[in-house]
Design a protein around this ligand. Sequence first.
Ligand code: FAD
Ligand code: SF4
Ligand code: SF4
Length: 1012
Amino acid sequence: MIPKLNPELALDASIVAFSRALLAAGFNGDIETSYGSRLAVATDNSIYQALPQAVLLPKNTDDIVILTSLAQTSSFSHIKFSPRGGGTGTNGQALTEHVVIDLSRHMRSILEINVEERWVRVQAGVIKDQLNAFLKPYGFFFAPDLSTSNRATIGGMINTDASGQGSLVYGKTSDHVLALKTVLIDGNILKTHKMATFEAEHRAQMPNSIGHIYRQVLASCRDYREQILEKFPRLNRFLTGYDLEHVFNDDLSEFDLSRIITGSEGSLGFVTEAKLNITPIAKFKCLLNVKYDRFESALRNAPFLVAAQATSVETVDSKVLNLARNDIIWHQVKELITEVPDTDMQGLNMVEYNSEDSADIEQKVAALTAKLDLAIANKTDGIIGYQLTYDTAAIASIYAMRKKAVGLLGNTKGSQKPIAFAEDTAVPPENLADFIMEFRALLDSHGLHYGMFGHVDAGVLHVRPALDLCDPEQEKLLRTISDQVVKLTAKYGGLMWGEHGKGYRSEYGPAFFGDELFNELRKIKAAFDPRNRVNPGKICTPYYSVDQLVSVDGQKRAWFDRQIPVNVKQSFDSSLNCNGNGLCFNYEESSPMCPSSKVTKDRRHSPKGRAGLMREWLRLTEQQGFDVLASEQQLTDKKQNFGELWQKVKNSLAKYQGEPDFSHEVMEAMEGCLACKACASQCPVKVDVPSFRSRFLQLYHSRYLRPAKDYIVGNIERTAPVLAKLPKLVNFVLKRDVTAALLKKTVGYVDTPLLSVPTLAQQIGEKYRFDLSRLQQNSSAANAKTVLLVQDPFTSFYEAELVADALRLLEKLGFEPVLLPFLPNGKPQHVKGFLREFSKTAKTAAQFLNQLHQLNLPLLGLDASLVLVYRDEYTKTLGDKRGDFNVQLFHEWLLKQTLPKTSNSTEFALLAHCTEKTALPETEKAWQQIFNKTGLGLKPVSVGCCGMAGTYGHEAQNLYNSKNLFEMSWRSPIEHYGVANTLVTGFSCRSQVKRLIGDKPRHPLQALLQAL
Ligand SMILES: Cc1cc2nc3c(=O)[nH]c(=O)nc-3n(C[C@H](O)[C@H](O)[C@H](O)COP(=O)(O)OP(=O)(O)OC[C@H]3O[C@@H](n4cnc5c(N)ncnc54)[C@H](O)[C@@H]3O)c2cc1C
Ligand code: SF4
Ligand code: SF4
């Protein structure tokens, strides 16, 4: 039985008092102080971990004014704060042991757009891709790009002065900031924009903190202008944090205080709103993928590509390419980067051209390709081939692959993982190849593995050497390499932080700014934040302050992970491997990952949040001397005895009375998971939440009683066949209001599905009866047309007409279908963590299916969420005993068949099940090919999760989220195409449409049956 866990981290009394006072003062946002909520923001994509005291999630600027003003009162004047956006920083910029102000949950409004003047005004929590989706219909976009564009916020981008691909043309974030609204620590609102210097001087007379700030920045940037110009490198990635150089224009007639705030890493104030410049979307675009024999060839060739007037040049090495080849992303790009026969492709440059004028692009491309052809013919420069595309979707896929590179590098086996600490160096592009060769030699001298990619046009290199920071020696090595890289970048006239900011690398600030200018930074910090209360330790400390900067040697996540035994870490590697890159926070409503994160906007309810909670749970249980793996074995081997049951009753009573236990917090996060498994394939390091979730549920319920609904769901495959004997009676009872009310109140179940009437047996009779001995005795010729249909509990008992239609379709195609007897699959048991029972179910089903496998006949299944369990969970649970049987999904099998043509050319819309299309990314394409073969049309529609996910949507506690998920991406396409023209592959999804729209869409095979 798991122990009770009480992390000894009681909240500081003043934080509790501050939270209460905030409410009294009218703070409208969320105040979260639970251990789980704090843990969810204790990490970012860096190697560091810091647990804050509380997380405040303001709704607007007023909330931040309330909290900063309140923080001035003497009882709270010691409290410190760190702003946070998407939390995708790579160097711990937003981590703190104090109070986090998270603007990403509520402050996501786009406030105003002025197309004529080409600007937009947004709240700081708006996500970069969200903004671009909004701007697209106007023909504009927010130009600075970054790999984390689907989760990084504008506030975060401003504060790290983010940039990325295309920065030579599109610049950095600071180049597009027209005005900022920043709340200062004293509660004053600072509004900044470009102004005449005399106006700034006028403002400097104000007798408050704002006047002081103007005075100081004017003095620092004017008096030290010469040193600044001399010190700041002439790089596209100039020296940020604080950008003393660009506050003034060249002749010092204009002054822009926003330039000090951009890149300040939240150390000066809380940016709440931004007015941003917007850029017209170029009408014409093309991408050339130039292939090389070696990475060095790609690097050395980059200046030639830049000289060919490319808009941007990006590069990836062979390691990244190989990782992409094994990822779900590859199926989108493989046709665009085909192999070169007889040559090993070791490097790739992606060369983009953008223009308002197609002739302009064509002319530039023709000039470049002529030179490339010559180089290929003469075998010079290591160029081995190239491919050109004008297709914007194809271009987006290539960049999606490049953007995923960091995550892909994280998906390496073993304890050494690629980590960020010297991952964004920038040097003048002409020095890049030599710099990288020396950088590689440095890493090679330490025997490290790494992959490299970057913006070669801007001289920015991304590299994450693989280290095992749980090994104290490797932690020391990190410091050594970090110091060496600082020296190396300086040698090549560059910067340690070309793109991702400083964070815990702030200690290197003086090395780059020089002591004199660094002191000016400190004076500016003192003007904004005299008592070092805003993101303390980052960039610099206030002048006169004796506080310390955070350091590369700061507390790392590995310090916590080290406490978990190696065998437990290996067993729960999925949660341990999460590197916090935040891809699972993807804002896009029509993408499958992660529904619970999207609908709650609560970081605990994301794969990252759940992985973090799980890690901490493993650490705390280990602290209590609890052996997780042994306990799991016991739970699988033997049933609980009466004594244990009695203990559970007592524990559950204590829980009911409010006794704290950290396991409840983990449980809450796990309960919010839809078990859709999108994370298992979409997360670049394949964090598979459902697999550790079900293990946690089993362990949790070794201490606490299960709710009745778990038993109902876990046993559904046993009860459904029995209930289906009297479907009319069961449905009659279920349809009564009193039953619905009772089920809701007692079991927490809503909209319980009705059994099929007529039943499957009534619909098909004995026609497709299974007779094993007959099949075994038949010759292979006699069995040649036989196809075996595997039943599942959902379609067989709740959607029998689909099973009957599937059999009819098979017949129509000239096959002899046989319906196998119903045998439980175990998925509902797995989802609810009945792992002992699941293991038994899986064993029985595998035995039966392996027996059939001997017949060498196709085994077909209808619902992907169950069929995929045979492939994944069965393999994990049964290991070698799983056998070789293969249940195919209809589309997998139909694709290989010859299909008749129809004169019907109706075009349908296809909405695929998220579990299916994430695990089998070719699903939609396969259905499309099948339909096209017959003459029918099929258009896959991008949708996220429908919100049903098995029984999730039927649980009363999830009803609100379930409906909201449906509204996010499902309702609109269904209303657009109409239910009759919409085909839906998932049983859950069809049920959800029926429940929320009132009409049930068909499975694609039903449309085929009707048309053929
Ligand atoms: C896989 C990966 C790839 C990346 N690629 C790029 C890239 O191509 N280009 C690039 O530039 N960066 C890149 N980054 C770094 C990171 O995504 C950027 O720094 C991004 O701008 C951070 O935005 P965020 O919303 O996640 O901010 P956070 O990480 O939450 O915060 C970043 C900093 O901004 C401060 N901050 C956040 N919001 C506010 C606010 N409203 N007011 C004041 N301060 C605030 C925080 O205190 C912190 O110091 C990458 C990161 C990862 C994990
Ligand atoms: S769960 Fe995956 S996608 Fe999410 S932060 Fe962790 S590694 Fe990244
Ligand atoms: S299974 Fe689905 S809901 Fe659960 S964490 Fe993964 S993506 Fe999110």
